[in-house]
Design a protein around this ligand. Structure first.
Ligand SMILES: Nc1ncnc2c1ncn2[C@@H]1O[C@H](COP(=O)(O)OP(=O)(O)OP(=O)(O)O)[C@@H](O)[C@H]1O
Length: 640
């Protein structure tokens, strides 16, 4: 027993599918079968959009396009406002900020009864040999401060980097005070670099108006030479060769610094970025001194270049850099007892650190001349330590009595860098005013971010609806199909194409039904009759519903393969034909090998497979299949 299905076309052009009572195909004679009708059931195929609905679809698409444009414009304005406010906050706080982090006592260290270092939220007091020295900072991180707390202060300037500013985060201090701990951290307590990279990817994924991409480079400055840490040629044992490897620093016409030949890898996600970062770290050369067994005698620089691509609303791609720098140990050479190469290494580090101090001091004093040329480090950072950039220096100190001398040296270094913009120069009233201004700006920033948050889901929803409507229109849009057909045909083929347009074809079918007149090109030829017989033979092996459906199509035109120019027929045929096939394919019976008929490679294979009946070929919406259909139609017309 099977269900008989018949397809009818009403005068309005609607497709009706009438379902018949279950009958035995063996017992009921054909004459009875055709008259044994029950009340027709009308189904509306979801893939088929009637003409009037298509117009509505087009109207809806244009209104959604307008809405998307409007929301994007609003977001763009809010984003610009957010950028401006963030910039003001950072400038009010100081575009060069200096923090201090005090290392906790290690398990191997003896804790003195009277600790030489005491601290407040933004100051450090050193008491030693009857003297008291006080140093001010933008913020002091106590011994108990977590990696997360430190990162919290860095986060705002990462946003600034994404907004197009060059940003520099530097870890400064004596060997063994925790510079590497702060920058790299451990597996359990990741440091600033991995957290910052993760945050960049996070922020980029939430940017609905721009697409953001990143590249990464790592280099080491050792004894005044630059070494590429991500180069394929570098090996872990490259320490000896490090002095031979030198890269040139170039300045382009816009004043941007480029390092000639430096490897720049594209990082598409955090995992890849972390992998490259770890690779660079392994390659970094270290030598041994008697102060700290793993002391770094070089500066390690990690650069993330941020490309913020245009939003499609007139803005260009913005490029900015985030530098994360683990500076070499700043200890005085006498104390290390260094001789030979280690002494030279120490000298080179001290020279570059003092050049860095000079540059920062000049920038903070807003002095005309900034001595960038005095070291490789400052030459490289020239475009990232300048006026539009944001700098964050983290000074690390030891809590130990024995290190007090070094601690005072490190703190004095930063005192020079903070000389002008420090709080010390401000009266209490001015300080309060400054803090009030910062909190007002922060409030404004929060409001702007809230407004952005409200718009983003609306924009996403509008974009989703727009793409859905476009897809729906695409599947039913005859013009689109025609365009594809035209593209596939060569100009010469197009001239040969004598077939009627879809609309006139419809008319012709209707006319032939009503008047009994069949135009010459629609009368069957020997070849078409053979093909029809072949396809019917093939269809007989398929489920009954497909057989009847295909029969209806073959009846519509006796001389041509079913034309897919009628969108409704196409949608109906595609759905009705592919479902049983898919079901059969998914059953995976030995006779029918498991196939996914949506697989385009398989569809393409089928097109070239001449053993398949042509009726199968025309069921796909694949443009390649249409090419075959056009070819078939052309041949038909040339036969008549
Ligand atoms: N805030 C901290 N909390 C816990 N342990 C810390 C902290 N800071 C540093 N340490 C520990 O102190 C030791 C020295 O730290 P680290 O190697 O980071 O110093 P460094 O300044 O980078 O030294 P170098 O200049 O030789 O590279 C490490 O064992 C590290 O785990």
């Amino acid at each position: 027993m099977i269900h008989e299905i018949e397809i009818l076309q009403t005068e309005k052009g609607e497709i009706l599918i009438s379902s018949q009572s279950p009958v035995s195909s063996m017992s009921v004679p054909e004459s009875i079968e055709s008259t044994h009708h029950v009340a027709p059931l009308v189904y509306t195929d979801v893939n088929v959009v009637p003409e009037h609905e298509r117009n509505e679809l087009e109207i809806s698409i244009s209104s959604l396009e307008g809405e998307v444009f409007e929301l994007k414009s609003k977001l763009k304005l809010l984003d610009e406002k957010r950028k401006e406010v963030l910039n003001k906050i950072i400038d009010t706080k100081g575009s060069i900020r200096v923090f201090c982090r005090v290392r906790p006592f290690l398990l191997t260290e003896r804790r003195p009864i009277r600790e030489p270092v005491s601290f407040g939220p933004d100051n450090i007091v050193i008491r030693s040999a009857g003297t008291r020295k006080e140093f001010e900072f933008d913020k002091v991180f106590h011994q108990s401060a977590t990696q997360e707390e430190v990162f919290g202060e860095v986060k705002p300037i990462l946003r600034s980097a994404l907004d197009g500013h060059n940003v520099c985060v530097l870890a400064y201090g004596q060997t063994g005070t925790g510079k590497t701990f702060t920058m790299d951290g451990t597996n359990d307590q990741p440091g600033l670099a991995p957290r910052a990279i993760k945050e960049l990817f996070n922020e980029a994924s939430m940017d609905h108006t721009h697409s953001v991409t990143f590249t990464m480079s790592m280099l080491e400055i050792y004894m005044g030479n630059l070494k590429d840490l991500l180069s394929a040629r570098q090996s872990l044992k490259s320490y000896e060769a490090s002095t031979k490897c030198n890269l040139n620093i170039q300045v382009d016409s816009k004043g941007s610094i480029e390092i000639e030949g430096l490897t720049e890898v594209e990082v598409t996600d955090f995992t890849k970025a972390r992998w490259w970062y770890n690779k660079g770290k392994r390659v970094r050369s270290t030598s041994w001194t008697n102060v700290n067994e793993a002391s770094s005698r070089s500066h390690c620089l990690t650069r993330i270049t941020i490309f913020r691509h245009g939003d499609g609303m007139g803005s260009k791609t913005e490029v900015s850099k985030l530098w994360m720098i683990d500076l070499g140990g700043s200890e005085r050479l006498l104390k290390t007892g260094a001789i030979g190469q280690t002494l030279d290494e120490g000298r080179a580090i001290n020279l570059s650190l003092s050049a860095l101090g000079d540059v920062i001091a000049a920038l903070r004093r807003k002095k005309g001349h900034v001595p960038y040329r005095n070291s490789k480090l400052t030459q490289i950072l020239k475009d990232s330590l300048g006026t539009r950039s944001k700098v964050l220096m983290l000074v690390h100190i030891s809590p130990r009595e024995e290190d007090v001398g070094e601690t005072i040296c490190s703190l004095s270094f930063t005192k020079r860098a903070r000389a002008v913009e420090s709080n010390r120069g401000l009266t209490t009233d001015l300080r309060k005013l400054r803090e009030q201004k910062i909190s007002e700006l922060e409030e404004e920033m929060r409001e702007t971010q809230e407004s952005c948050k409200k718009i983003k889901p609306r924009l996403q929803e509008a974009e989703r609806l727009l793409s859905e409507n476009k897809k729906l229109l695409w599947t039913t849009d005859d013009k689109h199909v025609e365009d594809i057909e035209k593209k596939v045909l060569s100009p010469l083929d197009h001239l040969k194409e004598t077939d009627a347009t879809p609309k006139s074809y419809d008319k012709l079918v209707k006319t032939s039904k009503s008047s009994g007149f069949v135009p010459r090109f629609m009368t069957s030829t020997v070849a078409s009759r053979q093909r029809q017989a072949m396809s019917e033979k093939e269809i007989n092996a398929k489920p009954q519903s497909i057989r009847l459906l295909a029969k209806t199509f073959t009846q519509l035109s006796t001389s041509q393969s079913p034309s897919l120019s009628d969108s409704r027929s196409r949608g109906l045929f595609r759905r009705s034909y592919t479902k049983p096939l898919q079901a059969a394919a998914n059953n995976g019976t030995p006779e029918t090998p498991r196939r996914d008929i949506k697989d385009t490679s398989l569809q393409k294979k089928n097109i070239n497979d001449t053993s398949l009946p042509r009726s199968k070929m025309v069921t796909s919406s694949d443009p390649n299949v249409r090419a075959k259909l056009c070819y078939h139609r052309r041949r038909m017309s040339s036969l008549t």
